[in-house]
Design a protein around this ligand. Structure first.
Ligand code: ATP
Ligand code: MG
Length: 423
């Protein structure tokens, strides 16, 4: 029997996981800078949480959810995205009553979608996202966008662009919806089955179709921009001028509608423009969702957020040839030549670690040469050698791999000497 990782998932091996940790620390630093606090919600939710919010004509709900019935006969779903669970928690925990509004949250963790696997598209992927809930100030839209841009900037990415649209408010969307129905109805027979059902339920979704996106009627479809009412236009103009104020450039795309139903007003994506990047160029998607808290049984609480996957961030870094600096794995590697030396080495090893020195030693009873090679591979800054003489004399040989110097150090002074040399 040959076991394999499930299709669409991946093992993140030690040769890669250190990069994930680097991204995670960037995320923590940037969120801290913007005063966004971490929230951790369960990996599964009642299915209804996603049905009510994500929308029953979206790809996510129609074909991508991992839904199962638990032993109590309840329908549960592995979370396909982070916003609905966070807003569910916001409502359940009455965060709308917190003295400081908006409530600014971030999350990071695995999401699950039953997708066709391809580069940048997995069935389990890790999404980092933020949500600012409780304010309808256009400045907070720009704060959220700028937070995402800052994460990419700190990862070293240069070839990225912000693409922006406004979906307007309900009134604008309804006016646009009627225009879309009129536009597509005569030729709806040319479109896929999904689009045919979207025409009735949510014609805006047609513009996001991945099957029919080349149909000429897509390009000539009525643009939402032309249907924005005064209020929506003003809101959008304010977002744009705040972006100008903070020096974030953008491209307008009137067909940007995003995969989820709950967005209104601001919708945005951050895309990679790097030549090396594959077919999927969206790194991050987000937008405003003013009706979501009410949809989940709470009071009106306008929100804005985004989600980005770490997988695509790392792919974009590869495409741009950017990498994190890999630090030395070890401060000290202890080489021992016989059993008494091994005992002494093991005792020192534990003292070093308690003193905050990153240390390791051989557990395979190998020859000195093989142990030295390990020290090299671990990029150890210092190597300690212990043989019979060192055991008898209560000393060790300390070798500095940086400058090649070597000295004999007494057991009492070894920690102090190591710390001195590591400075
Ligand atoms: P797409 O059009 O690529 O399917 P989407 O509209 O489904 O995207 P969102 O639901 O907005 O995407 O997710 C936000 C972000 O999450 C994406 O920009 C991307 O970084 C990431 N993402 C979404 N689906 C996947 C996936 N299957 N694998 C890896 N990352 C993903
Ligand atoms: Mg998708």
């Amino acid at each position: 029997m040959n076991f394999k990782v499930p299709r669409g998932t991946q093992d993140i091996l030690p040769s890669e996981s250190w990069k994930w940790q680097q991204v995670e620390s960037i995320i923590r630093e940037v969120c801290d800078m913007y005063r966004y606090k971490e929230i951790r919600t369960p990996i599964f939710e009642q299915t209804e949480v996603f049905l009510r919010t994500v929308g029953d004509t979206t790809d996510i709900v129609t074909k991508e959810m991992y839904t199962f019935t638990d032993r109590g006969n309840r329908s549960m779903t592995l979370r396909p995205e982070g916003t609905a669970p966070v807003v569910r928690s916001f409502v359940e925990n009455k965060m709308f009553g917190y003295p400081d509004q908006p409530v600014k949250l971030y999350y990071q963790g695995p999401m699950f979608r039953y997708e066709r696997q391809q580069a940048g598209r997995y069935r389990q992927f890790v999404q980092f996202g933020v949500e600012a809930i409780g304010s309808a100030d256009p400045a907070i839209d720009v704060e959220v966008i700028s937070l995402a841009m800052e994460v990419y900037k700190r990862a070293g990415l240069k070839d990225i662009k912000l693409v922006l649209n406004s979906l307007g408010d309900i009134e604008s969307r309804n006016a646009h919806k009627n225009a879309l129905v009129a536009h597509f109805t005569p030729s709806i027979g040319e479109f896929c089955k999904d689009c045919q059902s979207r025409l009735e339920k949510n014609p805006l979704r047609i513009l996001d179709c991945k099957v029919d996106h080349k149909n000429p009627l897509m390009a000539t479809a009525p643009s939402l921009t032309d249907y924005l009412n005064e209020e929506s236009k003003t809101y959008f103009d304010q977002v744009k001028s705040y972006l100008d104020d903070v020096g974030i450039g953008y491209e307008l795309d009137p067909n940007l509608v995003r995969g989820l139903d709950y967005y209104n007003h601001t919708a945005f994506e951050i895309m990679s423009t790097s030549d090396g990047f594959g077919a999927i160029t969206t790194l991050c998607g987000g937008g405003r969702y003013n009706g979501l808290a009410e949809e989940l049984g709470g009071p009106a609480a306008p929100g804005i957020g985004f989600g980005m996957s770490i997988e695509r961030l790392l792919l974009a870094m590869d495409a741009e040839g950017k990498s994190f600096k890999q630090e030395s794995e070890l401060d000290v590697y202890i080489v021992t030549l016989d059993t008494p030396a091994h005992r002494k080495g093991f005792k020192l090893l534990n003292e070093f670690r308690s003193a905050g020195i990153r240390a390791d030693m051989d557990y395979m009873d190998r020859k000195m040469k093989a142990q030295m090679k390990s020290a090299d591979r671990f990029n150890a800054k210092l190597v300690i050698v212990i043989g019979e003489d060192e055991v008898n004399g209560n000393v060790v040989q300390l070798k500095n791999m940086g400058d090649g110097s070597q000295e004999q150090v007494s057991d009492e002074n070894i920690i102090e000497t190591i710390k001195e040399q590591l400075k």
